[in-house]
Design a protein around this ligand. Structure first.
Ligand code: ADP
Ligand code: MG
Length: 225
């Protein structure tokens, strides 16, 4: 299996706080890899380190393929540009050359109908979907999303899960932090649970199922605390 991201004993300290306290994990190609844990457990820090946006205090991070796509807990588009203008600007900055598959993704997320709307006027759900679309535009092998499901309506959440499931082929992977593990259940390939900056559970979905740990019970144990 091809590893698209490897953490080995990664630490990130902020003063006295150990946001990451010796995290080791691998994101393999072909996997929808979910990251869950209570608020303040280190998910966003792990994602920023994974993307190379902040330097770890210790340990090593390997990203063999530099083509990353990222969506953040707070969307990062330009609010006074339209949806179409944001897509254009990001494509020019990242050198993305989106093809038909991307038009299809936009229509599946119902973003095509919002082309002329100012991004700053989008609802929470559509704002998240625009952020995901911007991350997808470059067709990255490793897609990294920080809580794409929060503040998103039921229909849009289902659209996002289905799109991620289709996007992740043998060549690609998605690392997604979420509070909606139950909704990712059907497409989940690998789960990492973090608490206080440490890895509590790190299992393939198939192994979780064998030990009778279904996503719904994991949701109750680790997310709905
Ligand atoms: P999560 O995304 O799981 O809610 P975070 O990674 O945002 O967790 O935060 C993990 C811990 O690190 C928290 O205690 C948080 O307060 C702390 N932390 C995160 N980022 C910073 C920062 N830039 N400066 C200081 N402390 C931070
Ligand atoms: Mg977070």
């Amino acid at each position: 299996m091809t590893a698209l991201l490897t953490f080995d004993a990664v630490e990130k300290r902020y003063g006295d706080t150990a946001a990451l306290d010796g995290v080791s994990l691998t994101v393999d190609a072909g996997n929808v890899h979910c990251l869950v844990g209570p608020n303040g457990s280190g998910k966003s820090t792990l994602i920023r380190v994974a993307l190379g946006l902040t330097r770890p205090s210790g340990g090593t991070v390997e990203r063999p393929d530099e083509a990353l796509g990222c969506g953040f807990q707070r969307p990062t588009f330009y609010p006074d540009l339209t949806v179409a203008e944001n897509l254009d600007v990001f494509a020019r900055i990242t050198g993305a050359d989106p093809g038909d598959w991307f038009d299809d993704a936009l229509s599946r997320l119902r973003l095509d109908r919002e082309h002329d709307r100012l991004a700053g006027d989008l609802s929470g759900g559509f704002a998240k979907k625009l952020d995901v679309a911007l991350a997808l535009q470059k067709e990255p092998r490793l897609l990294v999303l920080d809580e794409p499901m929060s503040d998103v309506d039921d229909v849009s959440r289902a659209e996002l899960v289905a799109l991620l499931d289709d996007y992740v082929t043998d060549e690609r992977a998605a690392l997604v932090s979420t509070h909606r593990l139950d909704e990712f259940g059907p497409v989940l390939d690998h789960l990492t649970v973090v608490e206080s900056g440490r890895v509590l559970v790190d299992e393939r979905a198939a192994d979780l199922a064998e030990s009778d740990l279904d996503p719904d019970s994991l949701q109750r144990s680790y997310v709905d605390l």
